[in-house]
Structures are given as structure tokens and as C-alpha cells.
Design a protein around this ligand. Structure first.
Ligand SMILES: Cc1cc2nc3c(=O)[nH]c(=O)nc-3n(C[C@H](O)[C@H](O)[C@H](O)COP(=O)(O)OP(=O)(O)OC[C@H]3O[C@@H](n4cnc5c(N)ncnc54)[C@H](O)[C@@H]3O)c2cc1C
Length: 583
């Protein structure tokens, strides 16, 4: 269903069971749950899908070792169960991640964890070997029945430095355990959305759209792409706008009926670093380390680069969140503490990003101690015949399925409907019919489609088994190479046509990993602009406006300026020349 069909469908039948506001991973998850139960459900996202916190995560799919210190055992247990489900349901994007914790003392942090557990202090402190051992023991215990990954193991100082010679030599030992990571979280969101859309003709979704009460008991959906509007009449609203939840409620309710503040979001920023010595120093592990102030930071190999983060700072307006200079300095200083010999030059920071954790409102002076659990609160309707609003509060990326399930069950109960389908074992997108023997699958499909095995392997790495549908589309018409050797015009055309991509950033930041991995050059940006312009029938003036809007966004939000993109053109041409000469 395209945008125009979605809006026409709503014009013909404005009554919907549920309207979900917010197309981050949690909003998409509850949308999919409800669509699978056969409800008529509408999702409205004001920007692009997964463009808020759901694109700013540390990309860990994890139980949350440090939440044990806060006594959040239930959350850790649930998160570990969801992590293991994702390893099975989305194996194309979620994979095991060996994680190593450098340990600097024996007993430090132990007493503090105990008093913290009993609520006597909230102050973070260094964690010693015994505290870490206890945490990892609980991790192993909670996953003992599924045992999908190896148990934790300790290494002494000599063995640790033999494997990671660049680590701070003040360490006493290290502990290695397994968690998981997600390579393309924004793409997984799109696949989840598609699962909902394909499940039922009564499920509809719009990005770049806003919703507000019309003052007469109904709601108006405003399409910010073409400026048109449509009236809808939902029986129930789900506010899944994460860090924006209070701002959204202030638009849904009159000042007299407005609920108390629910959100106490904190901003977190990350850097993506292109430095071979740093990459090699990790030896394919995540380093999960404490900075000198006791805050946990992470460092891990991400699609050929290194992801480092993060910060934890209270903010009130998520729209203003960006990585500030002092946050960059903090992250680089933490890196210099754990891997002291590795020097990072400013130009090696190839991308940065920031987002707001949708945490419940809290007066805790230490942001790291705010509970990470999720729950729903229902705000009853202001007037007879008006829909109640279910607010989804909190929630990690890892637990999107169980949180979506919780909110959907609440909606089903209120609408007196029954759950028909469970999502616990439901594969997602390119994780469907996932082959045990990947190489054999790639060879077979490449042969069937008449496409090279190398090209099909690239598609498989990016889309899992959906590579097959994309290969079908690619071979259906003449294709052209783009200024990036691993992408072609028809591959991106497929994403633009089938994945609701409306803007340059949708394609370059979220449907692909081109920007985050530092693979985006000025030439590539302009090539994608031409593809989009042809698809959307943009005038030359619209193209120019989109180009400069995107360049501002890239500079202000992601620390990448036009000069850096231009230099990537140059580097690419030099590489091509060298390859041609050596060939
Ligand atoms: C720095 C950082 C690191 C993190 N690391 C991890 C991690 O490693 N692992 C993990 O499991 N979790 C992690 N998280 C948490 C995780 O990213 C979030 O909990 C999760 O993505 C929240 O999803 P959401 O859908 O609730 O919110 P969001 O993704 O923020 O979605 C809310 C959406 O609502 C939209 N919206 C707002 N107002 C309106 C409106 N009026 N109308 C329509 N739409 C609206 C926004 O545009 C946005 O897309 C991290 C978070 C941060 C910030």
C-alpha cells in the first residue's frame, strides 16, 4: 500500500480500533502485535520510522548486566529471554557478541552494590572482580536452560594482556561473557512494520504525519509530505512516542485534563571511529568498561569501524538532542583511559549520533540508576465517546517485542478482543526461512537469479533472506552501478519504492548503513538524490532544497561536513586508480 492508497483507505473507513502514535521500535512492535490479531490499526509517525531513540542505541541486544546492581532482576531475565528470541527470530541482524570486562580490583564495588541494592546509596562506584563474578553468575543462571551461548570465563592479567595488549596495564584480570548486538536496528524496525502491514489489509502506517484532536471528538491526520489531511476515529490511542510522550499528551488533552509528566529522558551520544589500530585492539570483542567516574562505557567493532559510547544527560526536549563537544571529549577521554596507547585523530571520527532514552520520570541524582524497566499507564478519556490513551513508558530496544505484547494485551482487553497470534517464535523479515548453510543458500539463489555470488552475498549480509526478493527486482530491468562499489541503483530503488523512504536521510541513514559506517561520499549522496528525485517527481528547486537540508542535518546531528564527504570522493577515486594500476 503506498502513501496515497493509505490516505484514501482512511478517507473511506475513518473508524479504526487503535491508533498508535510514534513509529519507534516500541510503537512499531505494538502495531505489529495488533495487526496480527486482525484489528484495524493505524500507526502515525511524525518523522521517519526508527529515527528517534531507536536509531541512537548502543546496538547491544542484552540482558543488562549493570541493571542487576539496581535490583532489576525481572527486567534482566526478560531481556535475556528476548535477546535469545532475537538470535533465533532475526539471525540476519542479531548475532552473538563476546564481551570482555577489564577488572581493576578484587572487592571494590561489592559493598557499594549491596548498599545500593538496599537503597542506601545511589552513587556509582568501581566494580571489582567479586561483584562482576556475582553478576555474571546470575547471567549464566538465568540463561542456563536455553544455554545458546558459552558461559562466562575469567582471565588473569597475563592472559588478558596477551589477548588485548593495548588495554590499560593497571588491570588485575578480565571477565568474558556473551551478549548480542544488532547490525541494522532501523531496518529491523521496517521489517517489523511490514510484518504488520502484510498481516492485515486493515493495518495502515504513515511516516511524516501528525495527529491532533479536531475538537469534535475525532482526530485529524496531517500528511506533512503533501499537506493533505484526513479525519480518523480511533476507539483507543496508544502513545508510543518515547522521549516525546509528555509533549504528545499535551497535544491530545486539554490543559485541565493533561496528565502529570511521565518522562524523564536522558540523552546518550556515540562516536563511530575509523582507526585500524583501535579496531584490531578489540580482537573482535566488545570491551564493556568503567570509566574513571564509575560509569559504564562500551566499545565494539561495528561493520568495520568502532562504536564508542555513551553519555547519560537529562534533557527535556528530544528534538534538540545532539552530541556536544564536551560529550565527544568525555567519550575520547574514557577511550584513552581503557586503551591508553591508542591515539584518535579528530578526522577519524567518521560519524556521531545522539538520542534520548525514554526513561520514566525520576528524581534520582544519578541518571544511571533510573529504572530501565517498561510499563503502560492508561489515561482515561476526557469526555464521553473519546478514546482513552495508553502510554508506553520506558523500554529498551532489546525488549521491544515483550513491551509491544504487553501494550497490545492491554488494548485487546479494553476492546474485548482475544489474542489470536503469538509473536514469541515469529521470525522477522529476512530472518524467515533462514538457512543453516549460508554459503550454499547464496550459491543456489545467485545461480537461480543469474547474479554473481559476490553480489548476492552482499545482499544477504544486508537483508538476510529478503535478498532473494531484492535480487528478483534487480534483474527485472537494466541496472546501473552507483559511486559506491557495493550498491546499485535498482537495489536502492527497491528500498525507496517498498520501504516508505521519503527523504535522503531515510535512505542514507536508516534503510542503509551508508552514513553510519562512513561510506557515504558526496558523489553517492548526489546519485541517491537523483534516484529519489525521479521517483518523487521533485523539481530542480526541491532537489536543491533537499540536498542542503540533508547536508545541514549531517553536519549538525552527525558531525560530518561537506568537505569530509568530498574527501571521501577523492579517496575512492585514488583507490580505484591504484586497483586499476595493480590490475
Ligand atoms: C544512547 C542510547 C543507548 C541505548 N542503548 C541501548 C542498547 O544498547 N540496547 C537496548 O536494548 N536499548 C538501548 N537503548 C534504549 C532504546 O534505544 C530505546 O529504549 C528504544 O529505542 C525506545 O524506542 P521507542 O519506540 O519507545 O522510542 P523512539 O525510538 O524515540 O520512538 C518514538 C517516536 O515517536 C515519534 N514521535 C514523537 N512525537 C510524535 C507525534 N506527536 N506524532 C507522531 N510521532 C511522534 C518520534 O519521531 C519517534 O520516532 C539506548 C538508548 C539510547 C538513547
Amino acid at each position: 500500500m503506498n502513501r496515497a492508497e493509505t490516505l484514501d483507505g482512511l478517507r473511506q473507513s475513518p473508524k479504526v480500533d487503535v491508533c498508535v502514535i510514534g513509529g519507534g521500535i516500541n510503537g512499531i512492535s505494538v502495531f505489529r502485535e495488533l495487526a496480527l490479531q486482525g484489528l484495524s490499526v493505524l500507526l502515525v509517525e511524525k518523522h521517519d520510522y526508527c529515527s528517534g531513540a531507536s536509531s541512537a542505541l548502543s546496538r547491544m541486544v542484552h540482558g543488562g548486566l549493570r541493571y542487576l546492581e539496581n535490583g532489576e532482576f525481572k527486567l534482566v531475565q526478560e531481556s535475556l529471554a528476548e535477546r535469545d528470541r532475537l538470535l533465533t527470530n532475526a539471525p540476519h541482524y542479531v548475532a552473538p557478541l563476546p564481551t570482555t570486562v577489564p577488572v581493576f580490583g578484587l572487592f571494590s564495588g561489592l559493598g557499594n552494590s549491596v548498599v545500593r541494592f538496599f537503597g542506601l546509596t545511589r552513587r556509582p562506584s568501581r566494580r571489582g572482580a567479586v561483584a562482576i563474578k556475582m553478576g555474571l553468575g546470575i547471567y549464566d543462571f538465568l540463561t542456563r536452560k536455553r544455554a545458546m551461548m558459552p558461559r562466562h570465563q575469567f582471565r588473569g592479567k597475563r592472559m588478558t594482556l596477551a589477548k588485548w595488549p593495548a588495554l590499560n596495564t593497571d588491570i588485575m584480570s578480565s571477565a568474558t561473557y556473551f551478549d548480542a548486538w544488532v547490525s541494522h536496528p532501523e531496518r529491523l524496525g521496517i521489517e517489523l512494520l511490514d510484518d504488520g502491514l502484510f498481516a492485515s489489509g486493515m493495518a495502515r502506517a504513515l511516516n511524516y504525519a501528525e495527529i491532533s484532536p479536531d475538537g469534535a471528538g475525532a482526530f485529524v491526520v496531517h500528511d506533512t509530505i503533501d499537506g493533505s489531511s484526513v479525519v480518523v476515529k480511533p476507539k483507543l490511542i496508544i502513545n508510543a512516542t518515547g522521549g516525546w510522550i509528555d509533549i504528545t499528551n499535551s497535544k491530545l488533552f486539554s490543559p485541565q485534563a493533561r496528565p502529570q509528566s511521565l518522562m524523564g529522558g536522558t540523552k546518550g551520544s556515540h562516536l563511530v571511529i575509523d582507526n585500524a589500530a583501535l579496531y584490531d585492539a578489540l580482537a573482535d570483542h566488545m570491551i564493556y568498561y568503567e570509566n574513571e567516574d564509575g560509569r559504564i562505557c562500551i566499545l565494539f567493532p561495528y561493520l568495520g569501524k568502532v562504536l564508542v559510547g555513551s553519555t547519560d544527560i537529562r534533557v527535556s526536549d528530544p528534538d534538540t538532542a545532539r552530541c556536544e563537544t564536551d560529550e565527544r571529549d568525555y567519550i575520547l577521554q574514557s577511550l584513552a583511559f581503557v586503551l591508553p596507547g591508542i591515539e584518535i585523530r579528530p578526522e577519524e571520527i567518521s560519524f556521531q549520533f545522539s538520542g534520548v532514552r525514554p526513561l520514566p520520570v525520576s528524581t534520582d541524582s544519578f541518571t544511571g540508576r533510573i529504572p530501565r524497566d517498561h510499563f503502560c499507564t492508561v489515561i482515561e478519556s476526557e469526555a464521553e465517546g473519546q478514546p482513552a490513551v495508553v502510554c508506553m513508558i520506558g523500554g529498551k530496544w532489546t525488549t521491544f517485542r515483550s513491551f509491544g505484547e504487553l501494550a497490545a494485551d492491554l488494548a485487546l482487553e479494553r476492546l474485548q478482543k482475544r489474542r489470536a497470534v503469538s509473536t514469541t517464535e515469529r521470525p522477522i523479515g529476512g530472518g524467515r526461512r533462514f538457512p543453516l548453510d549460508r554459503a550454499a543458500w547464496i550459491a543456489k539463489v545467485a545461480n537461480e537469479k543469474g547474479i554473481s555470488a559476490v553480489r548476492l552475498a552482499e545482499l544477504f549480509a544486508r537483508y538476510g533472506t529478503q535478498a532473494e526478493a531484492i535480487a528478483d527486482f534487480i534483474v527485472a530491468a537494466p541496472d546501473t552501478q552507483l559511486p559506491h562499489p557495493a550498491y546499485s541503483a535498482r537495489e536502492l530503488l527497491f528500498l525507496i519504492r517498498n520501504e516508505a523512504a521519503e527523504r535522503l536521510d531515510d535512505v542514507l541513514l536508516r534503510r542503509t548503513t551508508l552514513a553510519i559506517t562512513g561510506d557515504l561520499s558526496l558523489e553517492m549522496m548526489d546519485a541517491v538524490l537523483l534516484l529519489l528525485a525521479a521517483e518523487k517527481s521533485w523539481t530542480p528547486a526541491q532537489q536543491l532544497a533537499e540536498r542542503s537540508r540533508f547536508l545541514i542535518l549531517l553536519r549538525e546531528r552527525h558531525g560530518v561536513d561537506e568537505q569530509a564527504l568530498f574527501e571521501r570522493n577523492e579517496r575512492r577515486s585514488m583507490k580505484c586508480e591504484t586497483t586499476a594500476k595493480s590490475g
